[in-house]
Design a protein around this ligand. Sequence first.
Ligand code: C2O
Length: 551
Amino acid sequence: SVTRHYNFDIRLKNVTRLCQTKSMVTVNGKFPGPRVVAREGDRLIVRVVNHVPNNISIHWHGVRQLQSGWSDGPSYITQCPIQTNQSYVYNFTIVGQRGTLFWHAHFSWLRATLYGPLILLPKHNESYPFLKPYKEVPILFGEWWNVDPEAVIAEALQTGGGPNVSDAYTINGLPGPLYNCSSNETFRLKVKPGKTYLLRLINAALNDELFFSIANHTLVTVEADATYVKPFKSNVILITPGQTTNVLLKTKPHYPNTTFFMLASPYFTGLGTFDNSTVAGILEYVNPSGSNNAPNSSTILKPTLPAINDTSFVANFSSKLRSLNNAKYPSNVPQTIDKSFFFTVGLGSSPCPKNQTCQGPNNSSKFAASMNNISFALPSIALLQQHYFIRENSKSVYTTDFPIVPLDPFNYTGTPPNNTRVSNGTKTVVIPYNTSVQVVLQDTSILGAESHPFHLHGFNFYVVGQGFGNFNSSVDPAKFNLVDPVERNTVGVPSGGWLAIRFLADNPGVWLMHCHFDVHLSWGLRMAWIVEDGKLPNQKLPPPPPDLPKC
Ligand code: C2O
């Protein structure tokens, strides 16, 4: 294994899409950002220098950060943000992981433009558990905003609502020909006949789960969130923000005189109007005679995508994801649990019922999202810093009383209660080192059922069960899959349903868990786990690096 160095210069760059030119925050002037590559076992050292007016921090989404929690990156959770003209060095080792992940900004909505692929290759002497692909191609889904996304979230927090819909979806930063003024900004995947390509799909969009399909081609899913899964075929993939999926694409045996579109469009179950538009890229066979088939010189085929609210497709697709669970890559799903939690997740207290007290993130009448009635408020200094130096700080910026069950049990997917008693708080759950944890995440229908892609920092978890309606603790656990559940870091809590995950808390530190829709995250749909040090030296969080930013 080796040490790999990267420099991330955060600077402004003018970028034009949909005939709008915007000065945007970038890494090294690139949009999407640069590719970071490492092998399992390598150390990554990334020096981030902030040359823009915004505060920033960078998160290595899905990297376990074993005993390197200071490099995880969420602002005010594991570090204070990097201020203008300051720098910070992220320094961590890739332990026991290989596959596709991504990195992104973890401050406000800067992820809109600050994201890029994080490719973890197997060790030198190891191969994939599937046929070696001819080529590997990262495909990043994102969003394009004609306005500044920072202004959008500022408004959404101020008024409690507002337009939080982007102007286009993008593939590798390009909206594609189905949007106005965008036909020159189209991602083209050039392929040869009779080959197998590994597509590394990454959903970096802020607020949208996406369906993805390529006309007339089948995709074989082989990996989810950098864990191998039992391969399965489908025409359409569902990928939520925060998820990464590796698929194999086998090209036609002979050169087809056809242009195949690849399309992505949203899966959305929430309330409100929605921009149901589609990003297109082109799968382009390179003509053996040398010339490419231009899109207008041949037949054009477009794939059919599910309807925007096709929850049964989504349930069916997620039920197919099973960990590989063979001798080489066994499933380590905890068979017994030490601590069990039940968390409601949903949008909270607006519109506030008459004569009731409802608290949103800012004041009573504003929009909130909450878990177990708590809307998470960001602290003034980083939780990990406070946790590490707790004895030196008499006054804590957080409390350890995050409720392990909802304060007001009710019929979660039935008629909403009058008052959900949402309050603000920086509340955490403290668990001892090596606790085996089970969490049931229950969607609520207070403002209508909605799918929530939940992400856990610092761990992979196993998705042992899911269903629609209310979780039934006397019946449902008997049906849990404790053999080959998918192992991942982000999973959609079904719209109007529940999901059960398990993980072993073998990583000391402070770990955020949140909805990966940035608008829900900003409204408070997050909480933090504090995993205590173990007894042995290699079970403790090392001291912070000297350049850890200050708030
Ligand atoms: Cu990809 Cu806390 O995020």
